[in-house]
Design a binder for this molecule. Structure first.
Ligand code: IFM
Length: 465
């Protein structure tokens, strides 16, 4: 190779270095880490009920104790500081604050988050609050849950309570985490709380989640002027598994269900016509003015990316939607590494997805609000050498950097997750943390990936080591 073809050290750095204002963070969610499920006046959530019902969760695990973060939050903030995190994304437990979902406010619940916010700010860490990461107050589920329109008012009231207390210090707000999962895993596939299996209910839940988002944006705008407000979606491109027309159509449906059903109305396009006619009688009831509320302008889109999907048409399948994603063995055969979740490792898919979102919807800013991987970690002599996670993160950071070069307004990156935690229906069997948690002792151990991330943050650059 001629010398002129070699990038100079500074040119090489330009390809790997992130903008000075780039926000490196880590994310968690209340039910997955807090524990203290019935302490200090907290009301039960649908996840308490669901996990306490035998057979719903692998090994009958529950979030009763989880990472005991409710008691160990100071230690956890110190850990974040030691990693050099610039931001921490966490969710509030709605029933810890409003035990019945509405009405009486539990002072101890608000105090907990108040102290956490102050401690984060004192440590130089920007709080990114997610208002809803799946732990609906059971009292609201008893009134019909997300399929019942009255939950929208309750969510607006909850937003108001929290914004009044924390809005003077919290600048970044995420209304919902992954409404697709709340609606379909919770009310259609029944694998998440509250365990309902009904397509109409799920579609109605999805609509009310979006409406609740829109209402919450309006409340935050009124009470927290200057705040940055967004929503987090789980997104993934859908590639047809073959060039057969049926698989192409299946991929279009999968894209409609996962991506367009949420992105289109949020960005003012209304629900996609093809999906409305596909759902037919199961499509949600939409009232006049709903679509305008859902399309309330946002400051950023939060993207949770784990993998993209290869989609195949099936005539009768468990999802009932006429398509299925390729299974782990097929992905491996196609040459992909898969994680402990059986998800294909596709770093460049992140770049591709971000560029697609940017070109199609033009959000003012994007944050990767979750990205990470579960692998089978082992503690060896007090250390966790999780090379596969280090390489996973390195490749995804590099893909994010390429997306920025292609014009994507990517402003930050939150690794999922700060701590190993309760992985929903899979209980504690899957570890996503960059910090290992010994659940018997609650000891935290920095995995090699945490140490790598610490160096990346310090350098503000994708490091190849
Ligand atoms: O653990 C979850 C998180 O709660 C939402 N996004 C995906 C993660 C991994 O499955």
């Amino acid at each position: 190779m001629q010398q002129s073809e070699q990038p100079t050290p500074s040119a090489r750095q330009a390809l790997t270095r992130f903008p000075a204002s780039f926000i490196w963070g880590a994310a968690t969610a209340s039910y997955q880490i807090e524990g203290a499920w019935d302490e200090d006046g907290k009301g039960p959530s649908i996840w308490d009920t669901f996990s306490h019902t035998e057979g719903n969760i692998l090994n009958n695990d529950t979030g009763d104790v989880a990472d005991d973060h409710y008691h160990r939050w100071q230690e956890d903030v110190a850990l974040m500081k030691s990693l050099g995190l610039k931001a921490y994304r966490f969710s509030l437990s709605w029933p810890r604050i409003l035990p019945n979902g509405e009405g009486w406010v539990n002072p101890a619940g608000l105090d907990f988050y108040d102290r956490l916010v102050d401690a984060l700010l004192a440590a130089g860490i920007e709080p990114f609050i997610t208002l809803y990461h799946w732990d609906l107050p059971q009292a609201l589920e008893d009134k019909g849950g997300w399929p019942n329109r009255s939950v929208v008012d309750a969510f607006a009231g909850y937003t108001e309570t929290v914004a009044q207390r924390l809005g003077d210090r919290v600048k970044y707000w995420i209304t919902l985490n992954e409404p697709h999962v709340s609606a379909y895993a919770g009310y259609y596939w029944g694998v998440h709380a509250p365990g309902v299996r009904n397509l109409s209910a799920a579609n109605q839940a999805a609509h009310h989640l979006l409406l609740a988002h829109g209402r919450s944006v309006a409340v935050l705008r009124a009470l927290c002027p200057g705040a940055q407000v967004g929503i987090t979606l789980n997104l993934g491109l859908a590639y047809p598994a073959s060039s057969m027309p049926a698989d192409r159509q299946a991929a279009r449906m999968a894209d409609g269900q996962l991506n367009r059903w949420f992105l289109d109305p949020i960005f003012g396009r209304g629900y996609p016509e093809d999906m409305l006619s596909f759902y037919g009688d199961s499509a949600p009831a939409i009232e006049p003015g709903d679509l305008e509320q859902i399309a309330a302008p946002i400051d950023f889109l939060g993207v949770n990316y784990y993998t993209n999907n290869f989609v195949r048409s099936v005539s009768a399948d468990v999802s009932g939607l006429g398509y299925t994603n390729l299974k782990a063995a097929e992905l491996v055969e196609a040459g992909y590494e898969v994680t402990a979740m059986d998800w294909a490792v596709m770093p460049d898919g992140l770049r591709e997805l971000l560029v697609h979102i940017h070109r199609t919807y033009r959000p003012p800013a994007i944050y990767i609000t979750e990205n990470g991987a579960a692998f089978e970690d082992q503690v060896e002599a007090g250390e966790v050498h999780d090379e596969r996670r280090v390489s996973f993160l390195r490749e995804h950071f590099a893909a994010a950097r390429r997306a920025i070069s292609e014009g994507v307004p990517l402003r930050g990156y939150f690794v999922w997750s700060l701590l190993d935690n309760f992985e929903w229906a899979l209980g504690y069997s899957r570890r996503f943390g960059i910090v290992y948690v010994d659940y018997a002792t609650q000891q935290r151990i920095l995995k090699d990936s945490a140490k790598y991330y610490q160096r990346v943050i310090r350098a503000n650059e994708v490091l190849s080591e």
